[in-house]
Ligand binder design. Structure first.
Ligand SMILES: Cc1cc2nc3c(=O)[nH]c(=O)nc-3n(C[C@H](O)[C@H](O)[C@H](O)COP(=O)(O)OP(=O)(O)OC[C@H]3O[C@@H](n4cnc5c(N)ncnc54)[C@H](O)[C@@H]3O)c2cc1C
Length: 379
């Protein structure tokens, strides 16, 4: 079905993003995979073409663009099968924390660098002992004069090796759960902060997820984002956009895999006929195409609601739940149609399959999405 969410300005932008990604990511994919992360300079080049600071006001060097432009970047990257998690974490997820919760002095200090790529941001919430239960984190930030002293550790932090700034959740009042949580911006070079080697993952090989350790890290009190104790509220208001970003990625990746599979089954022969002539192949792909269409309709409606400031946390949870679960079903069915080749790493469908799995886990698992939706139902 024809999509109506985007206008000519988004499509013109899409064309330039596609060219950029093919040149800067596609051409170097093997190197990224082998290194386990993108080179730091990639972010400078992404900053130059303006895709790091789309949500940053023009006064601070950003594009002051609506989220639909970020969505275009994610769609293009996911359609090509590129793992651009660190860029999405920076642009879709971290930038809003700075734009909405930093004071004027902090904005002047950080936003220009975040737009240009001089500064790369990552989000440090999850800990070895607490992922879904964010209010249960154990990292502490104890006030000591005009500093906070941070102790604890984080894990699975996407983009953690290239990041210059970590938007970090810490307990400023460890006796409280939600009300004790604050957000601090911590510089990667701070004394006492160390990072582990990239964790070995089953997919998303071209992007890193790392552990971070805080050992008496002294953070200036002026690097607190917003109010002390308001961290959980900020997370709640920003997580819907994070979930949209994950849903867009899942949706576009699923659509791309269906396209690739149609091409494959038309070219591959078995029993003297093309695979595409078997009724099973037709039915499976017809079902997948319908699932993708349903996801697109839901997602596009949510993109409009988000643009209009009407997307609720439960809406975002429904979209993430549906699109990531749909991606899992569709990619698995498509892989089957590739036969043994679907299990070979050099085939994009194999990569799409391993990359897809985490969509149902990170940014809030499917079970947590259901918890949020059930709450809206009054359960
Ligand atoms: C590749 C990757 C990248 C990531 N990037 C980042 C990042 O950049 N920054 C960051 O902060 N985090 C990141 N994460 C962490 C991610 O968000 C968490 O893994 C996720 O929120 C789940 O937390 P957990 O792993 O601790 O699982 P747990 O919270 O231990 O959950 C384990 C299982 O229990 C279920 N469960 C938990 N609570 C409930 C409940 N109340 N009801 C029903 N079921 C429940 C979960 O759904 C899950 O199936 C990343 C993770 C991965 C794998």
């Amino acid at each position: 079905m024809r999509r109506t969410v985007y206008g000519p300005e988004h499509e013109a932008f899409r064309a330039s993003v596609r060219t950029f990604l093919d040149k800067e990511v596609g051409a170097h994919r093997r190197e990224w995979d082998e290194a386990g992360l993108p080179p730091r300079e990639f972010f400078n080049r992404a900053g130059e073409i303006g895709i790091l600071g789309l949500g940053i006001p023009e006064a601070y060097g950003g594009g002051e663009a609506e989220f639909l432009f970020n969505a275009v970047v994610t769609e293009e990257a996911a359609h090509a099968g590129y793992a651009l998690g660190p860029l999405r974490i920076h642009a879709d997820i971290c930038v809003p924390y700075f734009v909405h919760h930093a004071n004027d002095e902090q904005k002047a200090r950080w936003l220009p660098g975040l737009a240009s790529g001089e500064l790369v941001a990552a989000l440090a919430l999850t800990e070895p002992g607490a992922g879904s239960d964010l209010a249960g984190i154990a990292t502490t930030a104890r006030r000591d004069g005009d500093h906070y002293v941070v102790n604890g550790s984080k894990t699975f932090i996407t983009g953690g090796l290239n990041a210059d700034l970590f938007v970090t959740a810490a307990k400023t009042d460890p006796t409280q759960r939600h009300a004790g949580l604050s957000l601090l911006v911590i510089e990667a070079g701070a004394a006492g902060l160390s990072r582990g080697a990239p964790l070995e993952k089953i997919g998303l090989h071209g992007q890193e997820a790392v552990e971070i350790f805080f050992d008496d890290v002294r953070v200036p009190a002026g690097d607190l984002l917003g109010d002390e104790g308001a961290g959980f509220t900020y997370l709640t208001s920003n997580l819907p956009q994070e979930r949209m970003s994950i849903a867009i990625n899942a949706q576009s990746a699923a659509a791309s895999v269906v396209e690739q599979t149609v091409t494959y089954v038309n070219g591959r022969k078995a029993f003297g006929k093309s695979l595409g002539t078997f009724q099973n192949t037709k039915f499976v792909l017809a079902g997948c195409a319908t699932e993708v269409e349903a996801g697109q309709a839901l997602l596009d409606q949510a993109l409009i609601a988000h643009r209009d400031g009407e997307l609720t946390p439960a809406d975002a949870a429904k979209v993430k739940l549906f699109c990531t679960e749909m991606q899992g079903r569709v990619v698995d069915e498509c892989l089957q149609l590739f036969g043994g080749y679907g299990y070979m790493s050099e085939y994009p469908v194999a990569r799409a399959w391993t990359d897809a799995r985490v969509g149902r886990i990170y940014g809030g698992s499917s079970e947590i999405m259901k918890t949020i939706i059930a709450k809206e139902l009054g359960l």
